[in-house]
Design a protein around this ligand. Structure first.
Ligand code: FAD
Ligand code: SF4
Length: 398
């Protein structure tokens, strides 16, 4: 009997470097590097916003917009703060993501894990792989703070005959993945997501490091932290901190990828389980269980975690409202004032879930203005209803 090939096999992947269907809004998620480009018009996060439909497909319902926590953080069963009792050296935070992936592989729950290592020559150049050993998962630990074509390995899944898979990824990758999920021929798919915001191309990352860090070549790791500073970790283990308010916004305005300036999926709404830090206090990770598959994944590592309830303190609204024109006009404060403002905000400012809301509000208002000014024709359909409600709390400039 001749095998019936799905239609997508007739489609041809685009050559690397060629213009993608989403044009300058492309986040290089990797879908178009495969024959699944056949589905790009429906699947691409930047061509077809379809949160309601994909949330229902994934979690059996879309988020309840009248529930304030779901409005911000998406469909979920629980949120908690956690950290590994024994952190993985070299992980982004304490290595909860890598630990869950290793546990799923070791217990035979999945046969492979889509994750992203880096090339030999460049620690920040992403290299997506399907890991089949714990060592290969560990080699993917720590963020590659650049756009990463994680879905470029999708063709290999079908070729390998794998039936149970874990995919680790950020929101735009997971949106496209969910849209083609049924075509992958899998029996079981688990999705472990991280939040993501303000990502950059490799060239953009270089510009960011050079304008912000005192020693750009030795940075091994950085994060925008809850103390309103960017923390750069250097090769020698030293940590350099730069207050957000002192960032050279005039030079950095164009550094973030257009895809990230028009993204409203900061919290990775379509993952089964999300592991970030923004809703937790300093040093802790923030875990959002969205559905039963997410619960199953978290249960695997409970004995390796310290847990504590999430908290919420402060009121973000004024700080967000004030940051809107400052960003819009690309104001940079002198370093002494930036430091002072950082200290004041840290003392009296939003903490825990309120910090996460602060960050979501600041990014959604900025991104809403960006889409309005650059892609007015897309505004209505591209901005999801939850983001419109969040942005609607603030007074925006024209
Ligand atoms: P680790 O065990 O170190 O594992 C990290 C995993 O991330 C690896 O499995 C790797 O495959 C995957 N990964 C690395 N780079 C990429 C990439 N470019 N695209 C897709 N997957 C990747 N959390 C927040 O709360 N707020 C944020 O604003 C935020 N921004 C982020 C931006 C980016 C680009 C990324 C990748 C993550 C971001 N996170 C954010 C998540 C957070 O920084 C940590 O990744 C998360 O808490 C997991 O930490 P860990 O120690 O458990 O991960
Ligand atoms: Fe293709 Fe992904 Fe780019 Fe959309 S974001 S055009 S799906 S590679």
């Amino acid at each position: 009997m001749t095998a019936v090939h799905p239609n997508h096999k007739k489609a041809k992947a685009l050559k690397s470097g060629s213009r993608r269907p989403a044009k300058e809004l492309c986040s290089e998620c990797g879908l178009c590097d495969t024959y699944y480009i056949h589905y790009v018009k429906e699947a691409c996060a930047f061509l077809n916003q379809q949160f309601d439909q994909l949330e229902t497909q994934t979690h059996d319902r879309s988020r309840n917009l009248d529930n304030p926590d779901e409005l911000y953080f998406g469909v979920h069963q629980s949120m908690t703060a956690a950290r590994k009792k024994e952190p993985i050296p070299g992980a982004q935070w304490t290595g909860i993501v890598s630990t869950i992936a290793i546990e799923m592989l070791n217990r035979g729950i999945v046969e492979g894990v889509v994750c992203v290592q880096n090339t030999k020559e460049d620690r920040f150049q992403p290299m997506p792989v399907i890991a089949r050993t714990p060592e290969e998962i560990l080699a993917a630990r720590v963020n590659k703070p650049t756009l990463s074509p994680n879905l470029s390995v999708l063709e290999q899944i079908e070729q390998s005959g794998m039936k149970r898979l874990l995919v680790i990824g950020v929101g735009c990758q997971i949106q496209a993945l969910r849209a083609v999920e049924k075509q992958l021929g899998l029996e079981k798919l688990y999705v472990l997501g991280t939040p993501c915001v303000d990502n950059v191309t490799r060239a953009g990352l270089q510009k960011f490091l050079e304008t912000t860090s005192k020693s750009p070549d030795t940075v091994v790791h950085y994060e925008f932290m809850q103390d309103f500073r960017v923390h750069f970790k250097h090769e020698d283990g030293s940590v350099e901190t730069v207050p957000f308010f002192g960032l050279k916004t005039n030079q950095l305005k164009d550094v973030f990828a257009p895809s990230c300036m028009s993204c409203f999926d900061y919290v990775n709404s379509l993952a089964d389980l999300v592991v970030g830090y923004m809703g937790a206090t300093f040093g802790w990770q923030w875990i959002v269980v969205r559905n039963d598959r997410g619960r199953e994944m978290l249960d695997l590592v409970q004995d390796k975690l310290e847990l504590q309830p999430v908290i919420s303190q402060g009121d973000r609204h004024q700080a967000v409202q004030q940051s809107i024109p400052a960003y819009d006009k690309a104001v940079t404060l002198p370093m002494w004032a930036a430091k002072l403002m950082g200290v004041v905000i840290e003392r009296i400012g939003p903490k825990g879930l309120e910090y996460a809301r602060f960050s979501i509000d600041s990014h959604f208002t900025r991104n809403y203005l960006y889409v309005k000014r650059n892609y007015l024709e897309k505004l209505e359909a591209h901005v999801p209803e939850f983001a419109k409600r969040i942005v609607g709390q603030y007074k925006l400039p024209d």
